[in-house]
Design a protein around this ligand. Structure first.
Ligand SMILES: [Zn+2]
Length: 83
């Protein structure tokens, strides 16, 4: 009886992936709720949506993301500030 059932193997694969997704979602949710982005061109500040944050590129600089400003349309690295 050392044969593992396919269901058990599936759970072993799916569970860690589910946990990782849940952690990433919680992190993104926390960051988007507690931070805002300031546009360097027009100085307007705006909040990122969860999707915008999750899919935005990092610039290599701490707390900076490549996003598009909803006010002036400028796209580039913008600092992510705490609220
Ligand atoms: Zn702007």
């Amino acid at each position: 009886m050392d044969q593992q059932s396919p269901v058990f193997i599936l759970i072993q694969i799916v569970l860690p992936i589910g946990v990782i997704f849940a952690l990433v979602y919680k992190y993104v949710d926390f960051v988007t709720r507690t931070t805002h982005v300031v546009c360097p061109m027009c100085r307007s500040s705006f909040k990122l949506t969860k999707q915008a944050f999750a899919f935005s590129l990092k610039t290599g600089v701490m707390n900076e993301r490549v996003v598009t400003c909803p006010a002036c349309g400028h796209r580039g690295g913008m600092p992510v500030m705490k609220d």
